[in-house]
Ligand binder design. Structure first.
Ligand code: ATP
Ligand code: MG
Length: 356
């Protein structure tokens, strides 16, 4: 039996409430598929920051590096400035473990009303590949001419050839692997003078290695409109850090509730552990009531299994999820219009896995 060592970081707020449901489902699917999990629990969070002034201990990254994957809840809580909690843990892990791919499915699940009129599951079903470590989100730049009439600020975006090519290549490989050979690139080469023409150039260059994969590209503004007007046309959409960030919240928003969407931060070479988390945050407004929707966290665990090479087990979780949501009497948390508790929904999904 293969046993995977999983670093479990529930983090803040509802991260602590939804994580136990994901572990419950993983344990059950592990029994069914003959997969072992050694869960290593880390309570690093904003509470740690308030007590110690840091999000994780000095050797935190070394501790995480010993695991096959990281399952994360949510990071961030009122009282700790976002940039400290994010750069102190989430972004630190993404960057130091070179998780340069952020992968998110945009998929309408059964039984969840879609804000786009007339769309059914199957109409909205594609993948967003976001560059996760460079691009517009750099710390390069700063203020100039402070205190003078010429005062201003410069924010530099960095697109290296290595960083650009590898994310584009990942998107092409994904499209091919999914048997949906079509990649759409998000650009803005009519507005961003240097970065996006380069991105387009590399997209065309990498695309030449994949003659079997159809390509198209749209400026980010019209692309956002097309997401909403005709989601059926997409298979794999690839974008820079900023564009991918925006699209990868628009996507889940189109599928009814961000609470059900997962997100994977992947180092495809497996030189470092990859990290899997729900799209939603710590949701302080509902924390403590045990009503958070655990589906995003459970789906993130399924993506983790796919990444570990346990696609059969990952697929079982997704089928169980769908089977529960299709039922008229499914336990629904308040964000889905019901009154079920977090654990009711987690329990129902675990129970919907095959019996043996
Ligand atoms: P962050 O900065 O960590 O992303 P945020 O405040 O921007 O946090 P969320 O924490 O995701 O965003 O919360 C946004 C809204 O969605 C909140 O009103 C929250 O209650 C709701 N929400 C988020 N996740 C869930 C969930 N799993 N179940 C139910 N509601 C949720
Ligand atoms: Mg947020």
């Amino acid at each position: 039996m293969t046993t995977y060592s999983i670093a479990v970081l529930p983090g803040d707020g509802i991260g602590k409430e939804v994580m136990p449901e994901a572990l419950k489902v993983l344990k059950r699917v592990g029994q069914l598929c003959g997969i072992g999990f050694a869960f290593r629990h880390f309570d690093w969070s904003c509470e740690t920051w308030l007590k110690t002034g840091r999000m994780m201990p000095d050797d935190g990254m070394a501790q995480l590096a010993q695991n096959d994957a990281i399952l994360l809840g949510a990071v961030g809580y009122p009282g700790v400035p976002d940039h400290l909690s994010l750069w102190g843990m989430l972004l630190k892990i993404r960057r130091e473990f070179d998780q340069y791919v952020n992968l998110r499915p945009v998929r309408l699940l059964p039984g969840i009303p879609c804000p786009l009129a007339g769309k059914k599951p199957g109409d909205v079903d594609f993948w967003i590949v976001r560059e996760n470590v460079e691009g517009e989100y750099s710390q390069i730049g700063g203020r100039f001419a402070e205190g003078t009439p010429a005062e201003g600020v410069a924010q530099t975006a960095i697109f290296t050839r290595l960083g650009t090519d590898r994310i584009l290549r990942y998107a092409f490989e994904l499209a091919r692997g999914l048997g949906r050979p079509h990649v759409t690139s998000a650009t803005k080469s009519n507005g961003l003078f240097h970065s996006m023409p380069y991105w387009d150039e590399r997209f065309a260059a990498i695309g030449r290695d994949y003659p079997d994969v159809r390509t198209d590209q749209y400026h980010i503004d019209i692309l956002a409109a097309r997401f909403v007007m005709s989601p059926e046309r997409f298979d794999v959409v690839v974008g820079s850090n900023l564009f991918g960030d925006i699209l990868s919240d628009l996507g889940p928003g189109m599928t009814g509730t961000i609470a059900v969407a997962p997100s994977a931060n992947i180092n495809p070479e497996k030189a470092y552990p990859s990290m899997f988390e729900p799209v939603h945050g710590s949701a302080p407004d509902i924390y403590g009531q045990a009503i958070a929707n655990p589906i995003g966290q459970i789906w993130a665990a399924a993506m983790m299994l796919d990444h570990l090479g346990e696609a059969e087990a990952g697929g079982m979780i997704l089928r169980a999820l769908s089977a529960v949501l299709e039922r008229a009497d499914a336990p629904r948390t308040p964000d889905m219009g019901g009154s079920a508790k977090t654990a009711d929904l987690g329990e129902a999904i675990a129970a919907a896995l095959p019996a043996s």
